[in-house]
Design a protein around this ligand. Structure first.
Ligand code: MG
Length: 337
């Protein structure tokens, strides 16, 4: 099949700069793509690279899109090298949206985790979000000194609503000693998991992660360690019993990865890559089709952009499958033109 192809590169400032262990991130750069089939159906997709996670850059995505020109075939799409996983995800999403009979959702609704601001600001926000009905909260750590963050963590735990649970995300910022101090502090606290306590690709990182998982009762989650289909296969083969945090936007042919995790009965958090509603819709569709153990969605990131028309549905502790289906990708596309 040959499709009419169009693309729009965007740069969208965040409402609040995103602070992580990698530094401050003021705006999102990405690419929306549009495929139109010979029978007039239209599908949208989004490439939202995060080069710090080992993906291609937005410039590399753009080079491909320019080279494709105004038409694209299934063969060309299949021939995109694996390194260009964000672009592959964008085109797979557009093709999925073109399907005449989409796969039904396996879950009618899924819980959403609330993303707390880093540092002290989390203390008030956890109360506000708790009152709004959220019960799973995510807090970025490894940004300030451990002596500053540990007492804040105690205060945050004290502010959790009844039945609330905290996810900590270190973005690989800790060494073994700091990870151990944190995990000791987490034991017997309502911590759902600690995400990426140590860096993903340092020498001996895999053994360190497995050792920490064995020595501490708090579950660990992999995020930066699982940024490709190959990474997921590697950790399944290693028998990882912790959680997989998947930014589907980074995973290329993500549907196949999701199926593999389903067969392995793995616990999965489907997570935002801070993409617009176009990429989020495609990722959330796959999340709702997952028949395994889906934890609260890591999509509590909206409102995210200064221009709210690029956001997905926000302030909702739960998402229904139909909330995802009504996300208007064409409106987002038109807003960029
Ligand atoms: Mg993470």
């Amino acid at each position: 099949m040959t499709y009419r192809f169009a693309f729009h590169r965007y740069s969208l400032p965040f409402r609040l700069s995103v602070k992580t262990a990698y530094g401050v991130w003021p705006s999102r750069e990405g690419m929306l793509v549009r495929l139109e089939s010979e029978n007039g159906r239209v599908g949208y997709g989004e490439a939202a690279p995060i080069p710090a996670f080992g993906t291609e850059t937005i410039e590399e995505v753009e080079i491909f899109c320019v080279a494709f020109g105004s038409h694209l075939t299934d063969e060309q799409i299949a021939a995109i090298p694996a390194k260009y996983n964000c672009l592959k995800f964008a085109l797979a999403s557009a093709l999925d949206a073109l399907a005449e009979s989409p796969m039904p959702a396996a879950n009618p609704f899924l819980a959403v985790a609330a993303l707390l601001p880093s540092g002290r600001a989390a203390l008030e926000e956890v109360k506000t979000k708790g009152e709004a009905g959220f019960r799973t909260f995510k807090w970025k750590v490894g940004i300030a000194d451990i002596a500053e963050e540990l007492p804040l963590f105690d205060d945050l735990i004290a502010n959790l609503p009844s039945g609330g649970r905290l996810r900590l995300d270190a973005n690989g910022a800790w060494d073994r000693r700091r990870a151990e101090r944190w995990l000791e502090r987490c034991a017997n606290r309502p911590v759902e998991f600690v995400e990426q306590p140590v860096a993903a690709h340092a020498k001996g990182a895999d053994d360190l992660l497995c050792g920490l998982a064995e020595d501490h009762p708090t579950p660990l989650a992999l995020d930066e360690s699982v940024v490709s289909a190959g990474d997921v296969a590697h950790w399944l083969e290693r028998g990882w019993t912790g959680v997989f945090v998947l930014k589907l936007s980074l995973l290329g042919e993500a549907a196949a990865v999701v199926e593999r995790l389903e067969r392995a009965s793995a616990a999965v958090v489907f997570s935002s890559a801070l993409e617009t509603a176009v990429g989020a819709k495609a990722a959330l569709r796959l999340a709702f089709r997952f028949r395994g153990e889906a934890r609260a969605l890591g999509f509590g990131v909206w409102p995210l952009f200064i221009n709210g028309c690029f956001d997905g549905p926000h302030a909702t502790p739960f998402l229904r499958a139909e909330d995802v289906e009504v996300i208007d990708q064409e409106a987002v596309w038109n807003a960029l033109r």
